[in-house]
Structures are given as C-alpha cells and as structure tokens.
Design a protein around this ligand. Structure first.
Ligand code: ADP
Ligand code: MG
Length: 616
C-alpha cells in the first residue's frame, strides 16, 4: 500500500492537506523534518501515515498523558495497533505493554519524555528496530516557548544511545524563529526539511465585541447554539467559578477547569467535556493543551487574554475538523488592568536576573498592547492576526466581524482637539476613564473630587455617545497620537505626532461602524448560519441530527469521545450524500475500511430510516 492507500483505508480521507504530503515524502526518504503548522492543520497524520508505511516502530514523544490517550484512542478506533507508555499505567500494565511492544505488535508507540532514559525502556529500545522518532509539540524543548518541559532535553541523549539513528520528525504550532531554531538545535535534527504551513484558518469566524453586559451577551449566544460544544475562557479562577455557576443555574450543561481544582476533578471535568456529557467548558488558560476534541464549535473569550499568541492558540481550538466555527472575544476595559496586574506580579521568572526580568516585563507589556489593539481595530481581524504572526493577509477576509460591518469614514478632528485639550489642561495626570467622563460632562463623585468639573473642556462633548469617545481615544492610542504611561496608573500623555492636528494643519478621519448598523449587525449574523449544519437543506439537517444522536449512542456504548466515532465534518458529508450502500458510504470523507466494518451498517440503517423511500 502507498500513502494514499493508508490515508483512505485507515483515516478515510481522499487527499492530503497543505504541507502534509511534502513532510510525509521527506520522512519516507529518510530525512529529518520540522513541521510548523497551526493547530488543527493535521500534524498527527504527517507522522502516522509514514509510520504505517515504514518497517519497524515509530516512537511518538508527547508531553501530556491526555494527548497520548486521545491519539492512541483515535488510532485504535481506526484499526491501528498503538499503545502509550506513561505514568498513567500501573507497573503491571506498563510491563505488559512493553512485552507486547517487544513482540512487534505496535507500529506506533506514544511515550512520555521522562520514560526515554529509564532502564526498562532503554532495554526495550536498544533491542528494537526504531525507524522514526516523532516529537510532537516540539516547542516544549525550547526555553523561549510558552510550555518549556525540561524532560524534552532528554530526547537528544536518548537518540544518541540508539544503535542506528532513526529519522527524527518534529512538529509544533509555534511560529517564532527563536523557537524553531531551538528545536533544530536541541533535538539535533540533521539538515531537516523545515516546512511552515500558513497560519490562516479560513473556517474560523473572528469577532470582537465590547458588550455592556458580558454575561447576557454570552448567554444569548449559548441560547442560539444549544447543541454545540464550546469553550469559554476567563482570565481568573474566580471568574470561572462565577460564570460556570451562573450558567449552571441557567440550565446549561457546563463544567469547569482551572488550576485550583484537584487533579481528580480536573480529569473528570475534562472527560465530561470531551465525551460531550458537558459540552460547554468554562476554564482558565490552564485548560486546552492536549485537547484534540475536533468538534468544538465556538471559543468565547469572556475576557481579553494577555497576548495574541495565547489568543490564537486558545481560539484555534475551535473547528479543528475544518467545519465553520466561531471565535468571539468579549472585551472590557478592566481586562487590560487585570492582565497588567498579572504581568507585574509574574512569579515565573524569579530565576532570571534583574536585567532579564526587566526585558521580559517590557516584552509582556508590548504584547499586551498589541492584544488590546486587536480589540480596537476596525480593520480585518484575520489580517491583523496574520500580520502579527508575520504573514501577509488580505485586507478583507469576509469572515470576521469587522469585514461584515458597514463602516463610514468620520472626521473626528474636533473630538480629538477637545480630548487633547482636556489632557493638556489637566497636566496629563489622568487616565482614560476620567478624561472621557470629563469631556462628556459626567457628574460623579470622582470627577468632583478631582475638580475636573471645573476643567475648561468639561461637558464639551456631552452630545457624543460615550462609546464613540472611547473609540476615538482608543484610535489615538493605536495610532500613537497619545500614549499611556506604563506604570499601573496608565496616565494618558500627548505625543509629538499630535502637534499638527492641534495646530489645525492636519485632520484625523477614522472608520466607524455606521450608527444604524450597531444593532442590526448581530441580526445579520444570526441569519448567516454557521456551525456544522451550515449549507444543509432542511432534510439534510434532519438527517444530520439523527446521525449525531446515533454517534452519541455509539460513543456511550463504547466509552469513547463521539468525535472518535466520526467527526462532525464526516457526519455533515454523510448528511449531504445520503449514501445507500457500502460503496457510497466509503466514498464519504472520514469513512475508512475499518470504521465502515465497525459502524457502517448502523449509519446506513439510520439513513434509510430517515429516507424510507430512498428518494434522496
Ligand atoms: P494538529 O495536531 O495539527 O493540531 P490534528 O493532527 O489533531 O491537528 O488534526 C486535526 C483534524 O484534522 C483531525 O480531526 C484530523 O483527522 C483532521 N485531518 C488531518 N488531516 C486531514 C486530511 N488530509 N483530510 C481531512 N481531515 C484531516
Ligand atoms: Mg497535535
């Protein structure tokens, strides 16, 4: 069998995705590779397909037990003998698995990096024929990365001990050059083929909102998507508790995850989520690495995360199956302050010396600023993300909240002059909120206390809505007409760039959402259906729901996550095609021989029942 045969027979797919084929060919040629591909791009297949074509054993090194479990589960589900060796096995189970491994039962073995240099494992490895070592999540070897694992440093030592050097393949979703260089160096890759696949994820819809009532906005979204699985990220444990509690009271099937819970509860809640017993997860950023759940239909950030790297990684957990999915960020001014607090009180860098710590601090501040600008920009959100990661996007993607809003160009010079006047006349001693309250003429205790009600610009812009003033001020910060101090007070200061505007030699125009658009915008979105049912006829949709129910029933019987039976994408394809027999069923993307043997009949029966006349 060749690579296409393997792809079809075991995984049920007809074609490779961007980058996969190149990497597979290189590996089969005996060359080391480094694959840099975004989350959901399909990195696993890049080593699994060659593993099944090569003689001997492929060892896959993976940082997390849950990741291994998930992948081995998926491989077994596709009819491949695979096993994992990590600390979740008892002594007895571990010995047994090693025994089997020695008999050559498993072409693919997942192993935790800590195990590599243990006696038991070496005893096996030195006497086996190991044709490839695949390092998943390879950025864990780099101290520059976000998830440095010291145990990854053992990999190179392990490789040196093997009698014959296997092909080494490494995979990561981290794009920065430093990390990539580190991977090549620390894993001692030999003249590797480095392949970077595009970071764009066209199936993801991006949206930023700054709602008055975040909870209501999020609840409304969940009400509109009752059957979907999603993740809601919060910045703090406390918010996770609050949001999860309220949603539970409101009757949603939610669970929670953060570092303050016991290991046991975390494991249980994670499983509830993966098995769709609790399809909505409320979590801090502690949740997610190692989650390969492919049918996550939305990721809502209840608060703004600390940088774009975190955002894209977390948001990227939506739509791994390639079907439409939504990434929604709910922004509030307080988020910046919360993140700043985290950065200022970061304990992780205690080992660094003074200068290094200052550099990290500055870097973190800078990243937070770029994240904040993402929330303010009126340009294409996808374009902003891709540029951040050093790619050129297009100015218009047509699948983000900015591209779908109608903007008008507004001359805001007058507003700018008043704002700037207010900053100057008050000695550049105040932050954003006080300034806006002043020009808007708010009569609050704080304003009176600071005597800003006596400022010459007090109430000068009382006719403008506050949100508009905020947008203008944010725009001025984004374009560096103003800046904020980097201490905790975030005082607003004027910059040189503003001078020509104040001297009336320059005007400032900016894009603003058309006023009558503010409300209908959401409506328009609602009609534009997304999610797995998108683009299906009514009859197709009915079938899809039935297939989904059947999948859940099977998953419960077999105690596997539903997406291991079939992905959402495969069910959608089935609902479009209405296969009537084995041949037609095998033509559906995601249905391989093995899966057909296991589930084909039941799904065919369900389709027949839904369409008794066979007219479709
Ligand atoms: P990554 O590790 O890069 O984040 P995965 O390997 O977990 O991504 O793959 C994500 C999803 O894409 C999985 O559901 C996988 O089955 C699917 N997939 C991978 N390659 C293909 C392909 N060539 N055709 C269709 N689906 C694919
Ligand atoms: Mg992966």
């Amino acid at each position: 069998m060749d690579k296409f045969g393997i792809l079809k027979q075991y995984f049920g797919y007809d074609s490779f995705r961007e980058g996969q084929e190149t990497l597979i060919d290189c590996i089969l040629d005996g060359r080391d590779v480094l694959g840099v591909m975004p989350t959901g791009a399909g990195k696993s297949l890049c080593y699994q397909v060659p593993a099944l074509l090569m003689e001997g054993i492929t060892l896959v090194i993976s940082p997390l037990i849950s990741l291994m479990k998930d992948q081995v589960g998926a491989l077994n589900g596709a009819g491949v003998h695979a096993a994992y060796l990590n600390s979740s096995l008892s002594q007895g189970q571990y010995r047994k698995a090693l025994e089997y491994a020695k008999t050559g039962r498993y072409p693919i073995i997942y192993v935790a990096p800590e195990r590599l240099v243990t006696r038991d494992f070496l005893d096996f490895a030195l006497n086996a024929r190991i044709s490839m070592v695949a390092v998943d999540e390879a950025h864990c070897v780099s101290q520059w990365g976000q998830d440095f694992r010291p145990s990854y440093l053992k990999i190179a030592r392990f490789l040196e001990q093997l009698p014959a050097r296997p092909v080494v393949s490494a995979f990561t979703a981290t794009a920065t050059k430093e990390v990539q260089d580190d991977i090549v160096r620390m894993l001692e890759l030999e003249r590797p083929q480095v392949l970077t696949a595009g970071f764009n994820r066209p199936n993801l819809y991006f949206s930023v909102q700054s709602p008055k009532d975040r909870y209501a906005t999020m609840k409304h979204y969940l009400d509109c998507h009752p059957k979907d699985s999603g993740i809601i990220y919060c910045l703090t444990r406390k918010t996770v508790e609050e949001v999860c509690g309220r949603l539970r009271e409101d009757g949603f099937p939610v669970t929670r995850y953060h570092a303050g819970l016991s290991d046991q509860e975390r494991q249980k809640n994670q499983d509830d989520f993966i098995y769709d017993r609790a399809p909505v997860m409320v979590a801090t950023n502690a949740f997610g690495m190692g989650i390969d759940k492919s049918n996550v239909r939305y990721v809502i950030h209840y608060q703004m995360p600390k940088n774009m790297e975190s955002y894209y990684q977390e948001a990227g957990r939506a739509g791994r199956d390639g079907e439409p999915a939504e990434c929604i960020l709910l922004y509030g001014g307080q988020d910046v302050i919360t993140n700043q607090f985290f950065i200022d009180h970061n304990q992780e860098n205690e080992e660094l010396d003074e200068t290094a710590r200052a550099r990290v601090w500055e870097q973190d501040r800078e990243r937070l600023k770029k994240m904040t600008f993402y929330c303010f920009t009126n340009e294409c959100l996808r374009d902003y993300i891709l540029r951040y990661f050093g790619e050129y996007g297009e100015n218009y993607c047509g699948n983000c909240s900015n591209c779908l809003s109608q903007f008008e160009t507004v001359d805001v010079t007058k507003i700018v002059q008043v704002l700037a006047g207010c900053v100057r006349s008050s000695g550049q001693r105040y932050g954003i909120n006080v300034l806006i309250d002043t020009v808007h003429g708010a009569n609050t205790a704080k304003i009176r206390q600071y005597r800003m009600n006596e400022n010459p610009y007090y109430g000068e812009l009382s006719k403008e809505p506050v949100y508009k003033l905020r947008q203008v001020l944010n725009y001025l910060l984004l374009k560096e007409y103003l800046r904020t101090t980097s201490d905790e007070y975030l005082l607003v200061k004027l910059t040189e760039k503003l001078r020509p505007v104040l001297e009336e030699q320059e005007t400032i125009v900016m894009k603003m959402v058309k006023e009558q658009e503010q409300a209908p915008k959401e409506k328009k979105r609602k009609r534009r259906k997304t999610g797995p049912g998108a683009g299906l006829t009514e009859a197709d949709e009915l079938l899809f729901e039935r297939l989904r129910a059947l999948r859940l029933a099977i998953a419960r019987e077999e105690q596997v996550p539903p997406y291991i039976v079939f992905s959402d994408k495969t069910l959608v394809a089935m609902s479009r095609a209405w296969p009537k027999n084995k041949r037609e069923m095998l033509a559906v993307s995601g249905v391989g021989e093995f899966k057909y043997e296991r589930y084909g009949e039941r799904f065919l029966a369900c389709i027949k029942e839904t369409n008794p006349a066979g007219e479709k």
